[in-house]
Ligand binder design. Sequence first.
Ligand code: SAM
Length: 345
Amino acid sequence: MAASHKLASFRLPPLPTVGELIKLYNLRAEKQLSQNFLLDLKLTDKIVRQAGNLRGAHVCEVGPGPGGLTRSILNAGVADLLVVEKDSRFIPGLKLLSEAAPGKLRIVHGDILTYRMDRAFSGKISKQWDEDPPNLHIIGNLPFSVSTPLIIKWLEHVANKTGPFSYGRTQLTLTFQKEVAERLTASTGSRQRSRLSVMSQYLSTVHSCFTIPGRAFVPKPEVDVGVVHFTPLVQPQIQQPFKLVEKVVRNVFQFRRKHFYKGLEKLFPEASRVELTQEIIQRADIDPTLRSTQLTIPQFRALCDAYAHLCSQDSNLINYEYREELREINQERRKSKQLGRNKKT
Ligand code: SAM
C-alpha cells in the first residue's frame, strides 16, 4: 500500500523547462530527421492519458528527444520507463531527467527499428495472450517517416506474438501524420480505407484519440498529427500468416478506383489468372463489382482463406509476385529495343 502510494505521488522535482533544455544543449531540430518537438506539457500529459492509468506501469517511449513526453510519462507514476533515442545530442538532457527520477528512467541510445524489445523488460510482467493486456505500454511521438514502417513491423510482431508482444497484448499510443491516422482507423466504405486500415484492424482494436494541430510543434510541420491507440485482439480476425494476408490486401488495394478483382487477379500468373480469379471469388463468395474500399474484414478473411487453399494446391503460387514479373518483362523489352537500335547503327 505504502509502495503504491509512493508510485502514485511521484512528481519530478523542479527542472529547467524543455524549451530551456533545448537552448542549454543547443538542440536544434534536424530537418532531415523530421524532428518536431512538443514543449507544452499539458498536451504531452493529454497524450499520456490516452494510454490509460500508468500508475506502476512499465513503459517504453520511442524517440524521447528533448523529453517533454518523457516528463509526462514519469509524472504519471510509472514504475519503469525505458526510452530509445537515435540522436545522441539528446542523451545528456535525458540523463538530467534520469537523475531527477532515480531508478525510474533507463536510456538506450539506439534505433527503434532494430531494437530488441523482447529483451528489455523482465519476463515477470508477461501475461498470457488471452488474459488482460500486460502493464506494459509503448508511447511515442515519432517522425512520420519512422512511424509508418514501425507500425507495419509491430503489426507483424502482433501476428507472431514476438518483440514487444512477447509479453502479451502490449498496448501502443503513437502519433502519425493525420492522414495516416485516418487510414489506420478508416471503416469499410470510407474514402480513407486502405491497406493500413485492414492490416491494423484485423489484428487490433484501433482507436483515434485526438488531433494535434501542426502549430503545437516546434518547428511546425506542414500537417496536423493524429494520436492513435492500439490494443492487440485476443483472436485476430484473419487467421492466416501475416505475409499471406499482407500480400492479398496489398494486391486488392492496387487499383482503388476499379473493381477489387482487378487487383486480386494479380495474385496469379498470367497463364492461370482468369481461371484462378474466378475460383477465389467463388470460394470467398464476394460480389466482384465491389471496390477494395467497400470490402469488410470478414470478406478479406474469406479471400485470404481461399487464397491459402489455392496455395496449398500449388506450392509455387505463394512466391508469385506480379510486380517482379512486370519488372522482368520490362527489362526484356528494353533489352530487345536496345538490340534493335544496335542492329540499325
Ligand atoms: N518525443 C519528442 C517530443 O515529442 O517532443 C521528440 C519528437 S520528434 C518528432 C522524434 C524523435 O524521435 C526525435 O528525438 C528523433 O531523434 C527520434 N527518432 C527518430 N528516428 C528514430 C529511431 N529510428 N529510433 C529512435 N528514435 C528516433
